[in-house]
Structures are given as C-alpha cells and as structure tokens.
Write a protein that binds this ligand. Structure first.
Ligand SMILES: *Cc1c(COP(=O)(O)O)cnc(C)c1O
Length: 354
C-alpha cells in the first residue's frame, strides 16, 4: 500500500490510498459521508483572501449573528474529482467553478478567492482526501466549495468576515434512472431576467424549491421543471440541473438570461455536441415545444447527463426516447470519457491533481 503524508499543525498524518475502503460495501448515492480533511480560509471585509489551510474534517463554529445564518449571504459550488483507469486523479474545468464563484460573490457583496487560490485549494483538499476518491467504476469524489459570510451582523450590511471552506464526499449517481419530470406551474425557481439570483449559485436558491420537489416526488415524479416567472410559458431549468431538448437531431437549450444557472456541464455538452457535428441552439423554448420533442435530457455535475423519459404538464404526459441509442447517451459517454481520462482531452479541460 502506498502512503503519503499530509502536514497539518506540525502533526504528521499518514493517509492511505483508496485500497483501505471497501467500495462495494458502500451504497453511496448522494448522502453525506465524512472524509478526512477540509480546507478553510478566512478573510475580513475589505481584505483579500491570502492564506488557508487543511484542517481535520468536522463541525464549524460560528456566531448566531453570522450573516450566512440570518440572511443567507453565501455561494456554493460543486465539482468532482475523477479516478482514471490507471489510478490518476483528474479535476474537470475547476477554473470555471472558480470564475462562477467570483461572479456570485460580486453579486452578494462578498470578497472571493482568486482563480488560482480556488483551484489550488481544491487540489489540496482532494490530495488530502485521496483515499476517498473511488476507483473508476465505483463513483467520484464530490467537492463542495462554500463561500459564506461568517462574521456577525444584525443590520443589513455585508458580513465583516468571510470563510471559504471546501469539503468533499464520495458519491455515485444522483439519479438511478431516467427522469419523470413535472412541469411546475405554481412555484418559480428564479426571477426571470438579469435582476435576480437565478444565475448564481446562491445558497438561497434551493430552499424555495423544496415545496415543489416534495410535492412532485409524492406524486411519483423524479424532479420539477420550472417555467419562466414572467410569462409562465417557457421552460427554464430543472431544480438543480440544466435541460436540453432534441428534435430532428437539432439540440436546443434555453439561453442563460440571468435566471438560468450557467452550468459547466451545459457549456461542455454544447461544445461536445458541436464537435460531433450537431446543430445546437440556445434559445427560448416553450413548454408546448418540449412536449413534442424526440429526446429530453438534463445536465449538471451531480447528474452528469441524465435522460428524461417523460414530462408532464397539467394533464398532458409526453414520453421520450431513452437508452443506448439516444443522442444524450452518446454525449454522456464522450463527456464522462474526457472526465475520466478514457477519451483524449483535446480542449485542456482536465487538470491532474496527483
Ligand atoms: C449547479 C447547478 C446546475 C449545474 O451546473 P454544473 O456546473 O453543470 O454543475 C444547474 N442548475 C442549478 C440551479 C445549479 O445550482
């Protein structure tokens, strides 16, 4: 067994490789499995982030006045570390997550780590938790960077102190099979247009969709497809992933207009589809249109590329092609191939960690 050493507070901690975890025993899914280390970096309002460190994974202590707890001043990110066939560890476009966090931080009046600080911190976190990166066929290590206002304030002012924190956990697939989506006509995910926060990974974006998701799941659906809040006529995205429709071999996805989260998977799938010679359009898509599509699929770091088997809008249920012969499966295979080092990475999307 190969051992490497992590230096932390002058203690030397030996961390094994993944051989000491029985991956076949783990029913991972997307549940919280604690790992060994997390990364923490703090910064006062008006300052720049400078120096962070790895600390043992565990609870964090913050003031009840912390702005993140009271007013939700926080941005989250999500990316994965992939194990290749020969045991290397790769990240996929981590600088895109760094960039997106920066945009979100600007919107919520927070300082953010530089692109380089972000990527270096992610690499360090993965290396310290190396034994938790599952082998190729067994899953991936999901990495969750958080940028939160941890300083105390009761008034409506940005927090006096910020914490950039990264933790990670091994995961397998988010959804076990293709999705049955319900079009939500009562609740909205985001304000349509560029004035809201739908286009950033604000921690405040998810709790408001729990009602819709819970109700949909109780009725046998996998997830919810949201409509624009201005007209209620056009599709925007699923609660935590972007949506694509395929009709006559043309691929379309709603344009990112401020209400739609600009997914890195979305962007990568558009590029892969164009490279494979498909026509791709970013445009307004009405709910009527999705009901007559040939194929529908969702994209996101957690769900990767997930086929949709049905979309239900009021009394109408549309069904779509799924399985090995679909375009979404072809795109998924190419994306996962690049992410796991099985397909040549011609675009420099992957970053080796170890
Ligand atoms: C994170 C997220 C996505 C997917 O983005 P990726 O960068 O592909 O992981 C899509 N929609 C919402 C609402 C999200 O929060």
């Amino acid at each position: 067994m190969v051992l490497f050493f992590v230096f932390y507070d002058s203690n030397v901690v030996a961390v094994g490789n993944c051989a000491d975890i029985n991956w076949d025993e783990h029913e991972l899914g997307f549940s919280p499995v604690p790992t060994d280390f997390m990364y923490v970096m703090k910064c006062a309002k008006g300052d720049k982030f400078s120096q962070g460190s790895l600390v043992p994974y565990g609870n964090i202590e913050i003031s009840p006045f912390a702005v993140i707890l009271n007013y939700g001043q926080g941005i989250f990110e999500g990316l994965k570390a992939y194990r290749t066939e020969d045991g290397r560890i790769l990240l996929f476009r981590p600088e895109e997550n760094a960039q997106r966090m920066k945009i979100g931080a600007d919107r919520l009046c927070m300082p953010s780590p530089s692109i380089d600080q972000f990527v270096t911190a992610v690499k360090q976190t993965v290396l310290a938790n190396k034994r938790w990166v599952p082998p190729l066929e067994k899953g991936t290590l999901y990495i969750r960077p958080l940028l939160i206002g941890t300083g105390a304030s009761l008034s409506l002012t940005p927090a006096p102190e910020y914490t950039f924190l990264i933790y990670c956990t091994p995961v397998t697939s988010y959804h076990k099979s293709s999705l049955n989506l319900k079009v939500e006509s009562k609740f909205h995910r985001a304000i349509t247009g560029s004035g809201g926060t739908g286009g950033i990974k604000s921690v405040t974006n998810y709790a408001p969709v729990y009602t819709a998701i819970t109700e949909a799941k109780a009725n046998g659906f996998s997830d919810v497809l949201f409509l624009d809040s201005a007209t209620g006529k056009n599709i925007e995205e699923v609660s935590s992933c972007n949506v694509f429709v395929v009709k006559d071999n043309v691929i379309s996805t709603p344009e990112t207009n401020g209400a739609i989260l600009p997914g890195i998977t979305r962007k990568s799938i558009i590029d892969i589809a164009l490279d494979l010679g498909y026509e791709v359009m970013e445009r307004t898509i009405s709910v009527e249109e999705i009901l007559v599509a040939d194929e529908v699929f969702c994209t996101g770091t957690a769900v990767v590329v997930n086929s949709v088997s049905s979309v239900t809008y009021k009394e109408t249920r549309a069904e779509y092609k799924t399985g090995a012969e679909t375009l979404s499966e072809k795109l998924r295979k190419t994306l996962v191939g690049i992410q796991t080092g099985c397909v040549e990475d011609k675009k420099g999307w992957t970053l080796r960690v170890d």
